[in-house]
Design a protein around this ligand. Sequence first.
Ligand SMILES: [Zn+2]
Length: 71
Amino acid sequence: MIGVPFGKPCIICEKRQGETILVQAIESGSGPGWGLYACPSPCAQEYAGRSYAPSWLQEDLRQLGLWPPTN
Ligand SMILES: [Zn+2]
């Protein structure tokens, strides 16, 4: 589920500062779903710790070397 689209604003800090990764995928019954994006660090790391974060997000961050958070 790792995506690296350019120009997607971060849902946490709302900045467009380069790469963001998919942190939440919203399924749509008809047609393509859509997603929420955040900076890999620290925003996505913070999001992954939330109770409603998808289970695959921590695995995506682990593959990027960003999970578990070091601080
Ligand atoms: Zn951010």
